[in-house]
Design a protein around this ligand. Structure first.
Ligand code: HEM
Length: 424
């Protein structure tokens, strides 16, 4: 037989192309096909200029746990810090520090942010959830039949705000302002945020720093009655103790971090979870009647749609390797948490949402030294919120397709119009 025409070979994208496309609007809207392509290339790929893309579950897990890798925030140049109040404010925080600073601050803040303290918040969280559901029911009653309500604005955003402000001892009257400031500052946490884009973050940082400075001064002067036992009080006590285990800049940085780290991330978990419920009515039915496993549902939402899609590290030592790939000192590693959570080597049918999976250990909160301090809190908020939401609004349904925020790091919805139906 003769040589028939051969189909043109479709060249799979290389790692550089995958990385570029992940930063494009289309890639941000739906990164999952790109993650699948990256997995086919291997757990770790060099993308030039000393940068590496890490997508394998085991590889990401390893990098986060090993001491040879530092946080890249610690690498921001003094010049950039001088130019941007947002970067300077957060730079001394635990998130951006390596040992020994990290170890010292982490044990201090960790001792305040205990599982016991978090569990003790459940009644407060339940009350905050119910207050928002009451307000939704009132809003629904005022609206014409079937008119849409934005779940993000009316529930997913205010809940974490209320909870963190309660923990930090931020008075009710200041919460609205905090929402705006925190939203402004989170752009500083975006990966490779362009310098121009930092202007609103810088403005927000300056205002937040002033706010906390005044709050701290008031507390020191005994001008505020509120709880000795809240986070501000506990951190202040550590700062003002004989051995001053926290500098003033660190106190401010960590208060700000606690505020911003738990806002949009938890909002996104709630929005992403709602999307999963609408796509999986049987799961919703089980959670509504309280015989569903809400913890397993939340873990699968975290795995399937990680609110934080990526973090990064810098190789601090010579001779390091990850999954057999040598990573010279000074290399920068982009750790795709959202891709690791869908590693076919770790999860069967990784692109299928399945809350009946067992042994789900998503990397959505990181692992190792920097593992999210608020993970217990975020999980608790979601576990309290979903069954109560579903029980209160049994006919809850999407009113229009949700819209996404166009971000590379934080994955979540901007708006999610829903029809509430009659409340119970
Ligand atoms: C660290 C995700 C909610 C406070 C982290 C990290 C991730 C993460 C991935 C590690 C970053 C890294 O290693 O580079 C999330 C997600 C959340 C959430 C997905 C919600 C669904 C919260 C909440 C709080 C919080 C509610 C506090 C109220 C922190 C802090 C750190 C951190 C303080 C820094 C820990 C350290 O550097 O030692 N979070 N977070 N997070 N998170 Fe969260």
């Amino acid at each position: 037989g003769g040589d028939g025409p051969t189909a043109p070979a479709r060249t799979p994208p290389d790692a550089v192309t995958v990385a570029m496309e992940l930063l494009s609007p289309e890639g941000r809207a739906d990164p999952y096909p790109l993650y699948a392509a990256a997995h086919r290339l291997g757990p770790v790929s060099g993308i030039g200029d000393g940068w590496f893309l890490v997508v394998g579950y085991d590889a990401v897990n390893q990098v986060l746990r090993r001491t040879g890798f530092g946080v890249s925030g610690a690498q921001i140049s003094p010049q950039r810090l001088a130019e941007h109040a947002s970067l300077a404010l957060l730079a001394p925080s635990i998130l951006e520090s390596d040992p020994p600073e990290h170890t010292r601050m982490r044990s201090l803040i960790g001792s305040v942010f205990t599982q016991r303290r978090i569990s003790a918040l459940e009644p407060m969280i339940t009350a905050a959830v119910d207050a928002l559901l009451d307000r939704l029911a009132e809003t629904g009653a005022r609206r014409a039949d079937g008119e849409a309500v934005d779940f993000m604005a009316e529930f997913a955003f205010p809940l974490p705000v209320a909870v963190i402000c309660e923990m930090l001892g931020v008075p009710d009257a200041d919460r609205q302002r905090f929402r705006t400031l925190a939203a402004g500052l989170t752009t500083a946490l975006e990966f490779m945020s362009d310098p121009e884009g930092l202007a609103p973050a810088d403005a927000a940082a300056t205002e937040l720093a002033d706010y906390f400075t005044a709050l701290i001064a008031d507390r020191r002067a005994g001008r505020r009655e509120d709880g000795e036992d809240d986070l501000v009080g506990a951190l202040l006590a550590a700062r003002d103790a004989e051995d001053a285990r926290l500098s003033e800049a660190e106190l401010l940085a960590n208060l700000t971090l606690l505020l911003v780290a738990g806002f949009e991330t938890t909002t996104d978990l709630l929005g992403n979870g709602l999307g999963a419920l609408f796509d999986h009515p049987a799961t919703a039915r089980r959670l509504r009647s309280a015989d569903g496993d809400v913890a397993a549902f939340v873990e699968e939402v975290l795995r399937y749609e990680s609110p934080v899609q990526l973090t990064s590290r810098v190789a601090l030592a010579d001779g390091l390797e990850v999954a057999g790939v040598p990573v010279p000192s000074g290399s920068r590693l982009i750790l795709l948490l959202g891709a690791a959570n869908r590693d076919p080597a770790r999860y069967r049918d990784p692109d299928t949402f399945d809350p009946s999976r067992t042994a789900v250990k998503p990397l959505s909160f990181g692992v190792g030294a920097h593992v999210c301090l608020g993970n217990g809190l975020a999980r608790l908020e979601a576990a309290v919120a979903f069954p109560r939401l579903l029980a209160r609004f049994p006919d809850l349904a999407p009113a229009a397709p949700p819209t996404r925020r166009d971000r590379a790091v934080l994955r979540g919805y901007e708006t999610f119009p829903v029809r509430l139906g009659r409340p119970r």
